[in-house]
Design a protein around this ligand. Structure first.
Ligand code: HSE
Length: 336
């Protein structure tokens, strides 16, 4: 049986989720791809930390070791921040590897460049996991709304913030208490300020803007406000009036101009995002032919994010089973 050799960069909530999902969905992957997916290496920061990784897997804190895995086909990136994620993926692609990333901070800034590099080296980039966890929004826009002109995107893009606002309202819980639960459930970022201050949703909105409109607004012109200043008293007062706070990311294209914002909005029952609860995300897309399309589902957490990454990998290799182990060397030579 052909083997697809994969490496994982990062073994936090997302990286571990991918590792586990490859084991639990081994048969499905085999049936779909006609190949065995093997996690051949894992890049981590602290090699001394105890982890549940099989003995035969290379566990290293040195990225060069990962690149030297013979016949490496695909790199899953689930580390935090612009760097070293961008440089690692660039090097992996230059060596002929396909890449799949969940790194929204990196992709918001360098996504267009990564896609250019991928074209240059004849490899693929999967980035479904950068936006809205398990919700298939990237592929929906990229493949099902290509001809449509998209005029507006309105979305809930941070699972942690939506979970906090929902639980504060439903259980009359304090912000800090619910944030801690979101962290325990694996929803929040390593630094949860990115979730509750709106930066995470901002990066995801910029990725959607690039895909849907072909460009991003000037970042400095985007109003970004999180949910950290919303008090339990405000949530309760809104609830008594039948209103709900939602953290809304919005981008509108008018002519050549894109206007965008990320901010808390007090919604009533007729707002399209009013009923999106818990860790769910939703994206409402206004398009010229299809009309208003809404996609909803779990926006954070190990399983949903791993799902997006594995589906990306399946898409890359479906119908193009892992090539000969010599592939990487040949590609590298071809573009040297
Ligand atoms: N911390 C993110 C969220 C994870 O809560 O939405 C998914 O990107």
């Amino acid at each position: 049986m052909t083997v697809i050799k994969a490496a994982l960069l990062g073994f936090g909530t997302v990286g571990k989720g991918v590792y586990d999902a490859v084991q639990t969905h081994r048969q499905e992957l085999k049936t779909l791809l006609g190949a065995e997916v093997e996690i051949a290496g894992v890049l981590i920061k602290d090699v001394k930390k105890e982890r549940n990784i099989e003995k035969h897997v290379l566990v290293t804190d040195c990225f060069d070791d990962i690149l030297q895995i013979p016949g490496l086909d695909v790199v899953f990136e689930a580390i935090v921040g612009e760097e070293p994620g961008f440089s690692y993926l660039q090097r992996a692609m230059e060596q002929g590897c396909d890449v799949v990333t969940a790194n929204k901070v990196m992709f918001a800034k360098h996504g267009a460049q990564l896609l250019d590099i991928a074209r240059e080296y004849g490899v693929k980039v999967g980035y479904e996991a950068t936006v809205a966890g398990g919700v298939p929004i990237i592929r929906t826009i990229a493949q099902q709304l290509q001809v449509n002109k998209i005029g507006r995107i309105q979305a809930i893009l941070n699972g942690t913030s939506n979970y906090i606002l929902t639980e504060m309202r439903k259980r009359d819980s304090e912000f800090q208490e619910v944030l801690q639960q979101a962290q325990e459930l694996g929803y929040a970022e390593a630094d949860p300020a990115n979730d509750v201050e709106g930066n995470d949703a901002f990066c995801k909105l910029m990725i959607l803007s690039q895909l849907a409109f072909g460009s991003q607004p000037e970042w400095k012109n985007v109003q970004v406000e999180g949910i950290s200043r919303i008090t339990l008293e405000q949530v309760q007062a809104a609830k008594e009036k039948g209103l709900r706070y939602k953290h809304v990311a919005e981008a509108i294209k008018e002519g050549d101009e894109i206007r965008a914002s990320v901010r808390p909005v007090l919604t009533s029952a007729n707002h399209p995002l009013y009923s999106i609860e818990g860790v769910d995300n939703a994206i409402v897309i206004e398009s010229s032919l299809a009309g208003t399309v809404t996609v909803q589902g779990p926006g954070a957490g190990s399983g949903p994010t791993a799902s997006a990454m594995l589906e990306d990998m399946a898409h890359i290799f479906q119908g193009a089973p892992a090539t000969h182990p010599e592939k990487n060397r040949k590609k590298a030579a071809a573009y040297a």
